[in-house]
Ligand binder design. Sequence first.
Ligand code: SF4
Ligand code: ZN
Ligand code: ZN
Length: 312
Amino acid sequence: MRCLKCGSGACIEIRRHRAAYCEEHFVEHVHKQVTRAVRKFKMFEPGEKLLLAVSGGKDSLALWDVLLDLGYQADGLYIDLGIGDYSARSREKAENFAGARRAALHVVSLPETYGVNVGYIAKKSGKPFCSTCGLVKRYIMNAAASIKGYDAVVTGHNLDDEAGALLGNALSWQVGYLRRQSPNMPASQGLVRKVKPLCRLGERETAAYCIIKGINYILEECPMAKGASSLAYKDVLNALESRAPGTKDRFYLGFLREGRHYFQGGSEEPQLRPCSVCGQPTTAETCSFCRQVQRAGLDPLAVLEAIKNSGA
Ligand code: SF4
Ligand code: ZN
Ligand code: ZN
């Protein structure tokens, strides 16, 4: 196997592109794929302030590295959910990366704010663990970006994540989700722009990038992810991809190009207004985050204070 660019020994083959690369040209390939996604979907411009949600895993750390290499102003946000050892180790990876690259990292911690973890809030409010976790993360990401004056929230969702989510949404015809599934959700009514610059790269590529660049990331998945249907969708797509390389690209990028517009229009976007408790945008009188945190007997405003003090 020879590098497509220079003909020296290749370290990785990308079957869907019918290409193989040496280390140097693989790094260049990853940078190019991110640049293409950023330009094609008009995600952000040089000079804009980006807040990257960092989990300590391969995707978010690889993306942070790429954005810094490309000269973007990208600060990190780590949300400590208090999921035992997993959170402690992933936080350490995020902090080590930030230290090594002299990058700014905001840390917002549920255990340090409330003395409890996300599981406590889920249990006390009678909601499932992962949906509570998702709600808390979305809330903190948006609030942190708007309080700290960032232009966009950036997440490390990759091609596998997006193709898997698309399969899940299509299987049950979740029209609302299909309408909103985009690597660039523009700012709207108090919601900060949300972008996914890794949408052209698979997780095998982000892992290889981290290894080549010497980025130390947390290998294990969140323990709560076991049995999640999103993993089953990824397995199905991986099986198809190994039989027909390029399936995920055609499915997901093809949807963005050819299919997504079929789901546009129709129902009106819901009107948002400031939450009566915290002021963040919501469709209801009080936002779901405040309601759920209050049901757990906690003060939602404490998180906003934690964000203000999260420094970097
Ligand atoms: Fe949160 Fe873990 Fe569930 Fe993901 S798998 S939503 S990180 S609890
Ligand atoms: Zn090469
Ligand atoms: Zn609220």
